[in-house]
Write a protein that binds this ligand. Sequence first.
Ligand SMILES: Nc1ncnc2c1ncn2[C@@H]1O[C@H](COP(=O)(O)OP(=O)(O)OP(=O)(O)O)[C@@H](O)[C@H]1O
Ligand SMILES: [Mg+2]
Length: 270
Amino acid sequence: MYMRERLVISVSGKGGVGKTTISALLSRVLSEKTRRSLLLVDADPVINLPRALGVDVPASVGNIATEMRKSIDDGTLPASAAKQDILEGRIFESLVEGERFDFLAMGRTEGEGCYCYVNRLLTQILDRLSLNYEITLMDMSAGLEHFSRRTNRNVDVLIIVIDSSRAAFEAALRIRDLAKEVHIDFKKILIIGNRIPDNLIPAVSTGLEDNGLDLAGIVPTDNAIAELNYLGKPVFDLSASSPALHAVEGIAEDLGLLSEVTLLKLLGQA
Ligand SMILES: Nc1ncnc2c1ncn2[C@@H]1O[C@H](COP(=O)(O)OP(=O)(O)OP(=O)(O)O)[C@@H](O)[C@H]1O
Ligand SMILES: [Mg+2]
């Protein structure tokens, strides 16, 4: 059976550069300007995206996995049970389904021992879930917890957010290299510069080019964002005239995300 490819956008970058803000702004743009079905994933163990989106903090996938592990340990769930199916079922139940998008929080698993197995399982489940949506947008940490080689029906794009700090620039190079190491076939890796002062834009842009990276756009400082964040309010409360929102819309437009063409075509791959 022919399946349309699905787009998975991962947003990464050094701590505090604006990953959650840009993920939330992009979520708003995609939900308001396209008809594509949308899954938003908070893949940062410290769950921040729900507030930026105005979603009630749900049970995280990590909580669910931890609960399940406990019930195996205390014998409530027999060790022979089809754990993957049960886990998958519970995770699908924990999806927050909204009118504009669905939302899933990965969170973190608790307890002792090695979580490689659990994490691998969760990543596989996330991969399968993402096949139900045209766009999956993941707010990641710099650690790239839920990176994996995905099913070939997903088209991966990596957005790395930087500010004007040297540390953010170096983190961007590291993240790019790490992504290569784990052999994810990113169709596109691009940089969004957040809050880069005007006088530094040419230097930052050249620095990125010299390292084979592409500056997709700049999101300006927008005091209304800081204010909403402080008040714990979502980016959906941001006025439509917000310069940061406009900038993100422009970037989405340039990437072809707002048009109806197939995803591979919009990425210049087909
Ligand atoms: N363009 C902007 N204009 C004004 N404030 C901004 C902008 N981008 C981010 N901020 C503010 O900077 C702070 C950090 O942003 P954010 O939480 O998005 O970063 P992050 O990379 O997700 O951080 P973490 O690594 O902790 O997850 C927040 O208070 C946010 O409101
Ligand atoms: Mg964040």
